[in-house]
Design a protein around this ligand. Structure first.
Ligand SMILES: Nc1ncnc2c1ncn2[C@@H]1O[C@H](COP(=O)(O)OP(=O)(O)O)[C@@H](O)[C@H]1O
Ligand SMILES: [Mg+2]
Length: 449
């Protein structure tokens, strides 16, 4: 008996996995809960496709390399001994019929770009809710005929998923809510739900695993054990869209007003620069500073340098900087001020109110165009804003982890809070009850911070 026949004979998918294998659509998702045999189903399906279609090109992705190695590279190397050759350098399995399974990961938002311009008839995204919508969309462009496959074949993508994570919203929209938009066809999307109770293998060999899931906190249990997609939402700002909110930099008219907002921590200093016309019907974030491990004196120098001779009305900054530090008795503002940075104002840090305002600004439109825009060069706010997720315990708030993604959104929140609702109330800038600076420009603010 050949190795391949032996491999195939040993396979025993259970009912839900069979449905996944047999599904016919361009986008097929499986799972929705922990332990439903998702990874097994995914890696087995791609092997079956590689054996069935001579020359097929397949890309199998996970978000991080350690997960990829654990869940796929190691088990596949074991299963495919004598069936396919593994090339370590490129992380691909080459079959005798010249089919290829390439394994990859997309840790950073931009890692997905390495697949641009390549062609794979089949793309598998494991734990799809760990991927951003941007990554998904970029990958759909690589899901096309490679030219190596002689048979007719309609390119398709396979997904496995759990609720939660940064990609919760797009996966839920396509496969659970089935809310289709421009050009998307409902017939292309199939979802096969499965939970750990479908996994006979785990049920008999590892009842402990199920006990652990059953003892999770209520919300998490709903999501992980029962696959309830509404138990918690993932992405905090579903309103944000790269397509809509990110613009090519343009020359800012001389009469626009400018200010900056900064979130400072020793791990990261995030500062954003805003500009808007006096009637406040548009606002652009036109510059960012995003750098770890800066001393306050360095922050002052860098911000001054970046401002050049622009007229910056004020800089709102993390309110904790206004507090006196124990070691020196000086506040962060004192230090920044003594280094020549003027016009500092402590930010209003009401989180829930602030996030709500950010949401309003993101949704606001002037005709077809969004009111709030980001220059394409502000890559860190553009990258981190869609990665902010809901706090699991306080459903209105954004999570403060992963910490790395919170700094630039916090600065955005401080900045917009300094404008308040003036835009929505039809107020003009600088002529409202919410004026934070009586005198317009930094150089005149010597009497304050
Ligand atoms: N049809 C199957 N036959 C044999 N083992 C399976 C099968 N389906 C799942 N398993 C095993 O069950 C365990 C959990 O499955 P896995 O695919 O890792 O679940 P998930 O990715 O949904 O958490 C793994 O050890 C896996 O190898
Ligand atoms: Mg898995």
């Amino acid at each position: 008996m050949s190795k391949t026949t032996k491999y195939l004979k040993k396979l025993a998918p259970y009912q839900k996995q069979k449905e996944f294998f047999q599904a016919k659509a361009r986008r097929i998702a499986y799972g929705g809960a922990r332990g439903g045999g998702k990874s097994w189903a995914m890696r087995t399906k791609v092997v079956l496709l590689a054996l069935r279609y001579n020359g097929i090109q397949i890309l199998l992705l996970r978000r991080t390399f350690p997960e990829l190695r654990e869940n796929h590279i190691m088990p596949l190397r074991r299963d495919l001994k004598g069936i396919a050759v593994f090339k370590e350098s490129t992380k691909e399995f080459i079959f005798k019929n010249s089919s290829r399974i390439k394994l990859g990961y997309c840790q950073g938002e931009g890692d997905v770009l390495q697949y641009q311009g390549q062609a794979y008839e089949v793309i598998g995204m494991e734990e799809a809710t760990q991927f951003t919508e941007f990554q998904y969309t970029a990958l759909t462009e690589s899901n096309r005929l490679s030219g190596n496959l002689k048979e007719n074949f309609v390119p398709r993508m396979y997904f496995t998923c759990n609720p939660g994570g940064v990609g919760h919203s797009w996966v839920k929209r396509l496969f659970i809510d089935r809310d289709y938009r421009n050009g998307e066809d409902a017939n292309d999307y199939v979802f096969i739900p499965s939970t750990v109770y479908d996994n006979k293998y785990l049920m008999s060999k590892n009842p402990e695993y199920i006990k652990n899931l059953e003892s999770l906190p209520e919300l998490r249990k709903k999501a992980m054990l029962h696959g309830d997609w509404d138990a918690f939402e993932g992405q905090y700002f579903t309103e944000f869209s790269r397509e809509k909110h990110v613009v090519k930099p343009f020359e800012i008219p001389g009469n626009w007003l400018r200010f900056a907002a900064m979130d400072y921590g020793l791990d990261m200093c995030a500062c954003l620069w805003f500009a808007y016309p006096e009637n406040l019907d548009r606002i652009v974030v036109y510059r960012e500073l995003y750098r770890p491990s800066m001393l306050l004196s360095q922050v002052a120098d860098e911000i001054k340098k970046l401002c050049g001779n622009e007229k910056i009305r004020y800089i709102v900054a993390s309110p904790d900087l206004a507090g006196r530090r124990q070691e020196s008795g000086k506040s962060g503002f004192d230090i920044l001020f003594s280094c020549g940075l003027k016009g500092l104002i402590p930010a209003n840090n009401s989180r829930i109110e602030g996030w709500r305002l950010v949401r309003e600004y993101l949704s606001a439109k002037k005709g077809e165009e969004p009111v709030l825009e980001f220059f394409a060069g502000c890559t860190n706010i553009i990258r981190t804003l869609p990665r902010l997720i809901f706090d699991k315990n306080n459903v209105e708030d954004a999570a403060t982890t992963p910490h790395e993604v919170t700094h630039a959104p916090d600065a955005l929140r401080y900045g917009l809070m300094s404008l308040g609702k003036n835009m929505f109330l039809g107020n003009k800038a600088g002529k409202t009850e919410k004026v934070f600076v009586e005198k317009p420009y930094i150089e005149f603010l010597n009497d304050r911070y």
